[in-house]
Design a protein around this ligand. Structure first.
Ligand code: SF4
Length: 409
């Protein structure tokens, strides 16, 4: 895969050495076991895959290059570049201004932007409506469009589903930038509806079977269907696409469930007429990172730490997988580890940061699983490892660990 020019502050000598070594040994990415960092009194098991993905590195390279090549120009980002607070803060420190927040709330009126300014489109892509508004203002977005190719793949898939006269069912978080962009692209070609999870898939199935009224559909899926959507007609032929970062097991279960729902309404002999049987549209990073977490969870451990932005979809799914098995702490940087006793961590279900005491059990050696999301700089993971290791006396140092991976230990 292409390598990108990403600011060195995001890299980590420790993680780079580990990733390089694992890649040399397992080029085909078949081994999902974690890497053991045996510091003595604490053993850290690092997931096989984590950290910056293709789309994030591509977006960061374009954004920082744009800043460097355009001194004195006003540079705007449509919304958060990626879901990592440090990267967004670094861009803001370089003078980049954010037009919208992560939920689409306007922070700077579009009227302030002129044809002389630069507007960067984030990795999630944007809606056709926003693209049109920018073009009407004379703003050329092509050179500053960081939309991830794996997001564009979802748009292409929804287009091909639409071409065959199927309705597009988008499995994604309705307010997430990527899903809003995908919805806009899908709705331009076909009737479209967004479902968040299995609960909403089950509700949609009741409308597929025509057990609930059209009025109820409009109420239940308010804000999640395209203009002119008529559930009495448009749920006769459906195809499913996914936000790229959903949980793989949910994605499969939802597609299977909807397929069965269509089969029970129309009969298995007519299924191909009513259900576009396509593969999911999760991206490679989502699949690799979730498989790596599943591999990591086969190792018995005392706790897990997941590092990433709190509004990061892919990171929250890694947390979800870990917390089913063991105590899990979701933090966005090492500063959240306040001491060897206290940690401030995020509960993504209730969307709040809480303090937990005595998070490090007294047992020795202690085993900790660590991973991070696709928008998290490796430097932050190294920061977390250094902080944790610093609480344990008498073991190997991080520098010794780096050395061992450099020389093949
Ligand atoms: S998580 Fe996947 S879709 Fe999102 S930016 Fe990374 S590679 Fe692209």
């Amino acid at each position: 895969m292409k390598s990108f020019d990403v600011p060195i502050i995001y890299r980590s000598p420790l993680i780079s050495a580990i990733k390089k070594k694992r890649k040399e040994i397992d080029r085909m990415k078949k081994d999902f076991t974690p890497t053991l960092l045996d510091f003595g009194p604490v053993k850290i098991y690092l997931a096989r895959h984590f950290g910056f993905c293709y789309g994030v590195e591509n977006a960061i390279e374009i954004a920082f290059r744009t800043v460097e090549e355009n001194p004195g120009k006003k540079i705007y980002l449509l919304s958060e570049m990626i879901h990592n607070p440090q990267v967004n803060a670094d861009l803001a420190a370089h003078g980049v201004k954010f037009l919208q927040d992560t939920y689409g709330k306007q922070l700077i009126p579009l009227e302030e932007v002129t044809a002389d300014d630069i507007v960067l489109i984030p990795a999630f892509g944007t809606t056709l409506e926003m693209e049109k508004k920018l073009h009407e203002k004379g703003i050329q977005t092509e050179s500053y469009d960081t939309t991830c190719p794996f997001v564009e793949k979802v748009w292409n898939r929804s287009e091909s589903i639409a071409r065959k006269n199927f309705t597009v069912v988008i499995h994604g978080k309705p307010k997430h930038e990527e899903t809003r962009a995908t919805f806009s692209h899908a709705a331009a070609n076909a009737p479209s509806v967004v479902i968040r999870d299995m609960e909403e898939a089950i509700e949609l199935a009741a409308f597929i079977r025509q057990e609930r009224s059209v009025e109820e559909f409009y109420q239940r899926f308010h804000g999640q269907y395209s203009n002119g959507f008529d559930p009495s007609i448009h749920l006769d032929r459906i195809g499913v696409v996914n936000q790229t970062t959903m949980l793989a097991t949910d994605t499969q279960a939802i597609a299977d469930f909807l397929k069965k729902s269509m089969e029970s309404r129309f009969g298995s002999e007519n299924l191909a007429e009513h259900f576009a049987d396509t593969r999911d549209t999760l991206c490679y990073a989502t699949n690799d990172n979730q498989s790596a977490v599943n591999g990591m969870l086969e190792t018995p451990a005392d706790l897990a730490i997941v590092v990433g932005g709190y509004n990061s979809s892919n990171t929250s799914h890694l947390v979800e997988l870990c917390e089913e098995k063991l105590p899990t702490y979701f933090i966005n940087n090492e500063d959240k580890i306040l001491s060897d006793k206290d940690i401030l961590h995020y509960l993504f279900h209730s969307k709040q940061e809480v303090l937990t005491s005595n998070f490090l059990p007294a047992k020795r050696p202690l085993s900790i699983l660590i991973t991070s999301g696709a928008s998290c700089p490796d430097a932050l993971v190294e920061g977390v490892i250094r902080k944790v290791v610093g609480y344990f006396e008498g073991g190997r140092t991080v520098e010794e660990m780096i050395e061992s991976f450099m020389v093949g230990g």
